[in-house]
Design a protein around this ligand. Structure first.
Ligand code: AR6
Length: 171
């Protein structure tokens, strides 16, 4: 099966011009380091203000806000699991993050969406375990939501980029 609606790219998600970018946030939604910090810096203070009103997000779920100074109109904030050895439902929760983000595509008419590599930074989810889950879920969701034209996976460094490409093109 061909998945030409998936594009893997190396770069900074804050500069990607898509309808929605996904943030790898924490349960407070009040900002942090990594991609979360970069998104808040690039979006400006309006984002934090709206996130305060949202009032947090459970692990595996997602919330949507406007994109403020970003090129993306929307930011979908999801909270990945912290890796604790893999015996606390981490794989299930990571898959659920992707599914939760896709729930916004129809109501918000999102046709292009960009994901970072959720949980594989500060939350220490092993890349080799996370990437097959991310790609399988994205493929599943692309079949479920035919209105989505393109999913970009934005890799911040070469090991992440190489892992996504090798898993995507190995099957
Ligand atoms: N664009 C794309 N990817 C990025 C960017 C960027 N600008 N910056 C970092 N990454 P992490 P997590 C990559 O730690 O593991 C925050 O403090 C990074 O290289 O951002 O889900 C939150 O507030 C890695 O591949 O997210 C939470 O407390 C990936 O994004 C916690 O970190 C995810 O790394 C969430 O941890």
């Amino acid at each position: 099966m061909k998945f030409d609606r998936i594009e893997i790219t190396e770069g900074d998600i804050t500069s990607i011009a898509v309808d929605a970018i996904v943030n790898a946030a924490n349960n407070s939604l009040l900002g942090g380091g990594g991609v979360d910090g970069a998104i808040h810096r690039a979006a400006g203070p309006g984002l934090l203000e709206e996130c305060r009103r949202v009032g947090g997000c459970a692990t595996g779920e997602a919330k949507i806000t406007k994109g403020y100074n970003l090129q993306a109109e929307w930011v979908i904030h999801t909270v990945g699991p912290v890796w604790r050895g893999g015996i606390h439902g981490e794989e299930l929760l990571l898959g659920r993050c992707y599914e939760s983000c896709f729930r916004f595509v129809e109501p918000y008419r999102i046709k292009t969406i960009a994901f970072p590599s959720i949980s594989t930074g500060a939350y220490r989810f092993p890349l080799d375990a996370a990437v097959p889950i991310a790609l399988a879920k994205i493929k599943e969701c692309l079949e479920k939501y035919p209105s989505v034209d393109k999913v970009m996976i934005v890799c911040f460094n070469t090991p992440v980029y190489d892992t996504y490409r090798s898993v995507l093109f190995s099957r």
